[in-house]
Design a protein around this ligand. Structure first.
Ligand code: FE2
Length: 333
């Protein structure tokens, strides 16, 4: 069970200072978590995917985290949990004609949601044994497999206290030059709800993320007092998705969590500018957001989310449903 605790053992994966920062702030930035060879391999795969997906059979689905978009509810989105699919930036279309205003590779907002299963380089990040060469094992700069065991996702999950960590989704988010959409303040557990909440985001910068190109920003400490009030679920009518009030627990277990009435969710967000290769860990209750990318520089990142499989309930209302094999297990204590 994932609980906030000063008793979390230091097992590698995270230094004591990184653990302290994560539980205090709700996020922590780990520079150089990926060596340049791995970043290059993941970027090459991203560009190959963007260049090679066919438009001919694509439903031209756009992605938005806003509540008004009707597009996210379609079948292409709802059945993407075990596939590699492509979702367009909202601003990639000419509103008068509906045509793309950019080449397809520069029009995609995100690729999801099973890169960690279906794409060999991304799968190898989660399980280096699958393909160490692809991630540069044996090169002078090392790799996740060969040289960076301390920041391997499983070691990080263990340091965070997960008993049965399950990777349930993964995404490349492109934040394209000039049209990369803003993401309003949200908590990831709204979208990936367990009872009680347990989600943690692993967010890897594959390119430098700056204020100019729409890096993340965080409301430090908000994971301790901001309840998960809503859930993003499959619509009760059987078609599409909707936000509903969360009738279940709104915080993980632990005495350090609790709603503070009057606490402003409009507080001072802190910019998370990071270099390529950095890992940012994001607590599922933490409020975070990003601005539009109006610059000429893209900002490609890779993120996957982990939930606790032991002692939690993942119900059938969640928009993302597991395949018969279940969500990907990192390890089992
Ligand atoms: Fe998020």
């Amino acid at each position: 069970m994932l609980t906030m605790s000063s008793e979390t053992p230091s097992t590698g994966g995270l230094t004591p200072a990184q653990q302290t920062a994560f539980w205090r702030d709700g996020y922590v930035i780990i520079p150089d978590a990926l060596p340049p060879t791995t970043v290059r391999a993941l970027l090459d795969e991203t560009h190959a995917l963007l260049d090679n997906f066919p438009l001919s059979d694509h439903p031209m689905t756009r992605f938005s985290t806003g509540e008004k978009s009707a597009h996210v509810g379609d079948d292409y989105f709802l059945t993407s949990g075990d596939k590699v699919r492509f979702f367009f930036e909202e601003d990639a279309f000419d509103p008068s004609t509906g045509n793309l205003t950019k080449p397809k590779a520069q029009a995609i907002n995100k690729i999801g949601h099973a890169l960690h299963e279906k794409s060999p380089p991304f799968a190898a990040l989660l399980d280096p044994a699958l393909n160490p060469d692809l991630l540069g094992a044996g090169t002078s700069s090392g790799s996740v497999a060969a040289g960076r065991k301390e920041s391997h996702p499983a070691a990080v999950a263990r340091a965070l206290g997960f008993k049965d960590p399950r990777c349930l989704q993964s995404m490349v988010i492109c934040k394209q030059p000039e049209i990369g959409g803003a993401v309003p303040p949200h908590q990831d557990s709204t979208f990936l709800y367990t009872d009680p909440p347990s989600a943690v985001g692993f967010w890897y910068a594959l390119e430098d993320a700056t204020a100019e190109n729409g890096c993340l920003s965080f409301l430090p400490g908000s994971h301790r007092w901001a309840p998960v009030r809503q859930r993003f679920v499959r619509s009760a009518t059987g078609n599409g998705t909707e936000f509903i009030d969360n009738a279940g627990p709104r915080f993980p277990l632990g005495e350090d969590y609790g709603e503070i009435v009057g606490q402003s969710e409009e507080g001072e967000y802190k910019l998370g500018e990071v270099k390529a290769g950095s890992l940012v860990l994001i607590h599922g209750n933490l409020l975070h957001k990003s601005e539009k990318n109006l610059s000429r520089k893209g900002r490609i990142i890779y993120t996957f989310h982990v939930i606790e499989g032991e002692g939690t309930k993942y119900d059938e209302r969640n928009w993302l449903q597991p395949s018969p094999e279940g969500f990907t297990q990192l390890y089992r204590d």
